[in-house]
Design a binder for this molecule. Structure first.
Ligand SMILES: [Cu+2]
Length: 244
């Protein structure tokens, strides 16, 4: 396969093919496997495709991925697909900020919990002492302090600045995927967020997870699943539409 990427930005760029098995020089990580793509220049990626499944690509330069430079790759299997479905939708989850990502980063460098409004307070300390006693509270706090971590920083950047998008659409606008009654729908979830774990649930529907990171798996039926933070995951599920 040949993929010709032309950089029309004013900055260096690159495209990394996430999860695709390819020669090192085609991996698209500037400074590691190639020099990056200069403004106005092109780079030709050549590689053999030896896999099928759901993957994605994204810029590996600066904060370009955070500003939306990514997309989905679906490689159809050569042999018959073990998963049967009537419809197929990609659901790309992401986090968007109207702030410049470099500003977000600069703020975090100066104050790691800038966007975190859930840190422990003096009031929490008092409640903790009442619940666990001074000794246990001291022990718990010491443990976190020794690790120089907070137990309340699951995500450094929060909805204070982020809007979470499905296929680039805000929650207010709402992404819509149509299906008919009793159809089996394949949903290809990709977490392309920079800073977010997503817990995915479709109220009233059970989902069968059929693939993860491009690999078919023994199907698992769940009410909810979690997609790891960026650079990590593609989950395929099949949902049976509500019979009504
Ligand atoms: Cu990646």
């Amino acid at each position: 396969m040949t993929l010709r990427v032309r950089n029309n930005l004013a900055h260096d760029s690159s495209i990394h093919w996430h999860g695709i098995i390819l020669p090192t020089g085609m991996d698209g990580v500037p400074g590691l496997s190639f020099a990056g793509i200069k403004p106005g220049e092109s780079f030709e990626y050549h590689f053999d495709v030896n896999q099928s499944g759901t993957y994605w690509y994204h810029s590996h330069s600066g904060f370009q991925e955070q500003t939306g430079m990514y997309g989905v790759i679906v490689i159809a299997p050569r042999e018959p697909d073990p998963v049967s479905y009537d419809r197929d939708y990609v659901i790309l989850l992401s986090d968007w900020s109207d702030e410049e990502p470099s500003n977000v980063y600069a703020k975090l460098k100066k104050m790691g919990d800038y966007y975190n409004f859930r840190e422990r307070t003096a009031g929490d300390l008092w409640d903790e002492i009442k619940a666990k006693g001074v000794a246990q509270t001291w022990k718990d706090r010491s443990m976190w302090n020794e690790m120089r971590m907070s137990d309340r920083d699951i995500s450094d950047v929060t909805a204070y600045t982020y809007t979470y998008l499905i296929n680039g659409v805000t929650p207010e606008d709402g992404w819509v995927g149509l299906f008919k009654r009793n159809e089996k729908v394949r949903l290809r979830f990709i977490n392309s967020a920079a800073m977010r774990i997503f817990d995915v649930r479709i109220p009233g529907l059970r989902m069968t997870v059929v693939a993860s990171d491009g690999q078919n798996i023994d199907p698992v039926t769940v009410d909810e699943f979690r997609t790891a933070r960026a650079f990590n995951l593609a989950v395929d599920t099949v949902s049976l539409a509500v019979p009504a």
